[in-house]
Design a protein around this ligand. Structure first.
Ligand code: NDP
Length: 309
């Protein structure tokens, strides 16, 4: 069985940054890219909030350059998805979808999270053409436009408030007759004159010849009171939660009830020695590329320290 000092799982900003640091520390890391090489950022277009790019940077290009940088320092970056992991004894054993098994002294889990979608075919059809699951990433492209945010939790309120600073009007599409969000977030959106909350509404589809031009909505107040109508909008933002990509590690490592890996304080250390978590799989709060990159750096430094001990 192949053996490595450091196995990195995931290829978003956290995984690649971990690979750069582990490579430079001569750990000769092996990195498996996972289902979505380059991570969630490859779903967006231009990244304008990553420090160092005054004109913004193409997200795919940025991820390719991070990969090249890691390869320059000896990271062995491979396609493949982790299907199973045995973290019960050292060295840890990880199985890849092509059947390969790798024995690792340390593992950096940087598998990210996936935004949840409603499951409408139109979300796919208009992906990147008016449909987004990240207001901080894409909101800027909707300046002075009308958008809708789906969801009634803290994320939806936060995204709606963020978008209200940029857009002329923000609708919140909420399936229940109330918001699930915390009091302070709820008050913030309720008091914002640019935000209109459409309670007991669901989205049936999207329309538009050239990107999103509107949403087909249904307002339901009991079976007898159902109204279908079209709402003209330029952007459709999903904020119905994220799911951390941690199923393969469930039961073997401490996680919260949503599946986010628990780390010790501000460190990337988990409750299992030699296993570190970086990026969105351990971060339900910030979910930003720059934060993920920082935590990838910390994970590689901790892996190196652990191996030296
Ligand atoms: P939540 O799970 O809290 O909320 C998801 C929202 O999306 C709910 O309103 C839910 O509706 C709605 N929803 C889910 N599925 C669908 C669907 N298929 N159709 C329509 N609506 C749907 O997720 P969040 O991402 O908002 O928050 C996750 C965690 O992160 C929470 O604990 C939150 O408090 C925390 N957080 C904290 C922040 C802060 O403190 N600044 C900022 C962001 C998040 P329903 O209520 O009907 O289930």
């Amino acid at each position: 069985m192949e053996h490595t000092k450091c196995l990195i799982i995931g290829s978003g900003p956290a995984g690649y940054t971990a690979a750069i640091y582990a490579g430079r520390a001569n750990l000769q890391p092996i990195e498996y890219c996972g289902l979505q090489t380059g991570g969630q950022l490859t779903q967006t277009t231009i990244v304008e909030n990553f420090p160092g790019y005054p004109e913004g940077v193409d997200a795919n290009q940025m991820m390719m350059e991070l990969r090249e940088q890691a390869e320059r320092f000896g990271a062995d970056i491979r396609d493949g998805v982790v299907t199973a992991a045995d973290l019960s004894k050292r060295p840890y054993i990880v199985t890849i979808d092509d059947g390969t098994q790798i024995e690792a002294d340390t593992i950096i889990i940087a598998t990210g999270a996936s935004a949840k979608y409603l499951g409408l075919p139109d979300e796919q059809k208009y992906n990147g053409m008016g449909v987004s699951a990240c207001a901080t990433c894409d909101g800027f492209f909707y300046r002075k436009k009308v958008v809708a945010v789906v969801g009634g939790g803290d994320t939806a309120c936060e995204e709606a408030s963020y978008l209200a600073n940029l857009c002329t009007k923000v609708y919140m599409i909420v399936r229940k007759p109330y918001l699930r969000a915390s009091d302070i977030m709820r008050r913030r959106v309720e008091e914002n004159p640019k935000i209109e909350i459409l309670y007991e509404h669901n989205t049936e589809g999207l329309y538009g010849d050239n990107g999103v031009e509107g949403a087909h909505l249904v307002a339901r107040r009991g079976e007898a009171d159902e109204r279908h109508y079209d709402l003209p909008i330029d952007g459709f933002f999903l904020a119905i939660g994220h799911k951390p990509n941690t199923d393969e590690f469930r039961g073997q490592i401490d996680m919260d009830e949503q599946g986010y890996i628990k780390t010790l304080g501000a460190s990337p250390c988990t409750n299992v020695e030699g296993i570190f978590a970086a990026g969105d799989c351990a971060d339900p709060t910030y979910r930003q590329a720059i934060v993920a990159a920082g935590s990838g750096c910390k994970a590689a430094l901790e892996a190196e320290r652990y191996l030296n001990r």
